[in-house]
Design a protein around this ligand. Structure first.
Ligand SMILES: Cc1cc2nc3c(=O)[nH]c(=O)nc-3n(C[C@H](O)[C@H](O)[C@H](O)COP(=O)(O)OP(=O)(O)OC[C@H]3O[C@@H](n4cnc5c(N)ncnc54)[C@H](O)[C@@H]3O)c2cc1C
Length: 228
């Protein structure tokens, strides 16, 4: 799956379905009225909504009112795109250090690092060195491949590395984040579950282990078992 094409397709599909995009106007806080979420507070305005879904990736916890439900932190991943004239890869190749994926345009994508380095998306010499040496170890003929692109992204990592999905104890406030290394693959099931919850207030799978409320019970349990 091409994640860049997927993002463009989702944007287009949502606009065709009537979604309004507030581009460049980031969310500061949830808009609370008593125990209800009435919408969102943006930089210069408020947006009212019956249902509010927080899906801001590793930035979710920086939105006021969200950290207790989605205590995510960024896990940086660096990648390298290579082009090799004399190597064809038909399937995903894995080693303990790396994976290699062939793209339709002929590029071989090698990744990825997992680094807890804050909200820093810069590509580093050490990161790229690790990827390249592991890639050449796995497929030695890559030594003569050309480097076409390097980049880094930030994954949303939760304390137990599991997604954070579903309703909170604030009416109308729903989480869809914490997908860590699998958020692209989990896009369809996440969208389906959140839609089911919003339209029917139930889902047809057991999703309790992904509940946004699990971090509050973990904090309460820790306090209960702490030495006096
Ligand atoms: C190098 C690398 C390789 C990966 N490979 C794979 C893979 O092979 N397969 C896979 O399934 N997953 C992969 N992932 C993981 C995947 O990219 C993530 O799990 C996924 O992007 C998370 O999606 P998301 O929508 O929750 O967050 P994001 O993709 O981070 O999107 C969050 C969005 O919210 C916006 N936002 C943030 N803060 C605010 C705010 N305050 N107000 C308004 N908007 C805001 C951001 O601008 C962004 O558009 C990889 C990640 C990396 C870094």
């Amino acid at each position: 799956m091409d994640n860049r094409a997927l993002t463009a397709a989702i944007l287009e599909a949502s606009q065709r379905s009537g979604a309004e995009i507030f581009s460049g106007n980031g969310v500061k806080a949830i808009w609370r009225e008593g125990n209800r979420c009435a919408g969102l507070v943006l930089q210069n305005e408020k947006v009212e909504a019956k249902w509010t879904v927080i899906a801001a990736g590793c930035f979710s916890a920086t939105i006021d009112g969200i950290a207790q439900y989605a205590p995510v932190r960024p896990a940086k991943g660096q990648m390298v795109a290579l082009r090799a004239d004399d190597l064809k890869i038909d399937r995903v190749l894995w080693s303990e250090k790396i994976y290699l994926v062939s793209r339709n345009d002929g590029r071989i994508v090698a990744g990825a690092t997992v680094e807890h380095a804050g909200f820093d998306k810069r590509v580093t010499a050490g990161g790229i060195e690790k990827i390249l040496s592991a890639a050449i170890e796995l497929a030695p003929s890559l030594a003569s491949a050309r480097i076409e692109e390097t980049w880094a992204g930030l994954r949303p990592d939760s304390p137990d590395h599991l997604p954070i999905l579903g309703p909170t104890d604030i009416d109308g406030l729903v989480m869809a984040t914490g997908h860590f290394r699998s958020g692209i693959l989990l896009t369809p099931i996440t969208a389906r579950l959140i839609r089911e919850w919003i339209t029917e207030q139930r889902v047809n799978v057991d999703w309790d282990r992904f509940s946004p409320l699990r971090f509050q019970s973990a904090a309460t349990d820790a306090a209960r078992h702490a030495p006096a």
